[in-house]
Every structure is written in structure tokens, then in C-alpha cells.
Write a protein that binds this ligand. Structure first.
Ligand code: CUA
Length: 229
């Protein structure tokens, strides 16, 4: 989760988010190289004594400084496109979870099993325990197994919402009358926090998302416990 003074990405909890972090670092390195080169060239202009008054063109240098930026852009564009299409891939999901955005809470349905469904409300500040995170914890967490391909189907009941968990590289709109899907894989256990990121009304800030990532045997236990009630 995000903590104080963080200015880079959160630690990844899925393979795709890890790739996105690598891509972010790769792109920043290219940006740094360009900044240093251009900074050096511009500062060296201040100390230039010679003026080529009759120099009007230089074909060679113009070819070089046209092609070099184009090649640099390819080094960013190709990995970016690779990730874009990888993020859209649904690889044989083991579990499907449905999430519905409401004003202002999320509800979850696990229809692979005996129609498990529940609402997930933020815990109000007045009811917080010492172990809770203010504005981030919910009463019923979405439980999911780790190391399993998960398909998330998402829709909304009233207005636009957006189901967003940065550590999982999931950010998908919940749209009324439309079912969106995305897939991800949790590579460790733990709690993963997210928030709605589509301005959806007065309490937009107060509909957080919490994923509880547990081992598959415990997930099966949770499912059987939930379907009894
Ligand atoms: Cu739901 Cu913002």
C-alpha cells in the first residue's frame, strides 16, 4: 500500500505490475540520458567563442539528429505496446469474481461457487480499531487465492466508478449497463488496498477496495464457510 513520502510506484504484487515497474525505470533512464545530453549541449553554448556566420546547412548532423530521437522513441514504444497487450490478456482464469460499484460502496459476487455475494463498506473513522487503516479498510474484504489466475468482471449499478488497485496494475471502469473484464495474478499473500478512481459523487473518496490474498486451500475453506451461511 501507499505510505507517507512515497514518490515512486508501490511494490508490485503481480507479475504484470512488476513488468510495469521495470518499464517505468527503463523510460526514466532514457529521459535522464536525454536531459543530461541536452543540458550539456545547452550549457556549452554559453562558452562557445566561434560564430560560423556563413554556415547555413549541415546535412550530416541534421540526418543524425532526426534519426536519433526516432530510434529512441522506438525503444520506448515497443516495450510499451508489449505491456499494453499483455495487460489485456485473460489466461485461463481459475476464479472469477464480479464486483459491482454502488454509490458509495462495492459489492462482490463469486458465481463460480454457490452464489456468494456480499457488500463491502469502508469502516467509518469513529469505528476504527488500532489495526485498521483510516479511509482504507472495509468491513468485508474481497478474498482471493494467490498464485492463481483471477478474472475480475466489473460493472456498476448507478454511476461510473473505477475499481483500482495500484499494486496489482488493475484500474478498470465500472460502467452501468456494461460488463468489463480484466485478469490478474497475485504472487504473494497479504492485503492489497485500492480506491475508486472515477469521480462518482459526494462519497467518492470513501469507497475503498481491499483484497485479502490467501493460499488456495484457505480460499476453499473460506468459500465453503461463506456458502453455508
Ligand atoms: Cu465510486 Cu468514485
Amino acid at each position: 500500500m501507499a505510505t507517507w513520502k512515497m514518490f515512486l510506484l508501490q511494490d508490485s504484487a503481480s507479475p504484470l505490475m512488476e513488468q510495469l515497474s521495470f518499464f517505468h525505470d527503463h523510460t526514466l533512464m532514457i529521459l535522464l540520458m536525454i536531459t543530461v545530453l541536452v543540458g550539456y549541449l545547452m550549457s556549452s553554448l554559453f562558452f562557445n567563442k566561434y560564430n560560423y556566420r556563413y554556415l547555413l546547412e549541415g546535412q550530416t548532423i541534421e540526418v543524425i539528429w532526426t534519426i536519433l530521437p526516432a530510434v529512441t522513441l522506438i525503444f520506448i514504444a515497443l516495450p510499451s505496446l508489449r505491456l499494453l497487450y499483455l495487460l489485456d490478456e485473460i489466461n485461463n482464469p481459475l476464479v472469477s469474481m464480479k464486483s459491482i460499484g454502488h454509490q458509495w460502496y462495492w459489492s462482490y459476487e463469486y458465481t463460480d461457487f454457490k452464489n456468494i455475494e456480499f457488500d463491502s463498506y469502508m469502516i467509518p473513522t469513529s469505528e476504527l480499531k488500532m489495526s485498521n487503516f483510516r479511509l482504507l479498510d472495509v468491513d468485508n474484504r474481497a478474498v482471493l487465492p494467490y498464485n492463481s489466475q483471477i478474472r475480475l468482471m466489473i460493472t456498476a449499478a448507478d454511476v461510473l466508478h473505477s475499481w483500482t488497485i495500484p499494486a496489482l496494475s488493475v484500474k478498470i471502469d465500472a460502467t452501468p449497463g456494461r460488463l468489463n473484464q480484466i485478469s490478474f495474478l497475485l504472487n504473494r499473500t497479504g492485503l492489497f488496498f485500492g480506491q475508486c478512481s472515477e469521480i462518482c459523487g459526494a462519497n467518492h473518496s470513501f469507497m475503498p477496495i481491499v483484497i485479502e490474498s490467501i493460499s488456495p486451500p484457505f480460499f476453499i475453506k473460506w468459500v465453503s464457510k461463506m456458502s453455508e451461511t
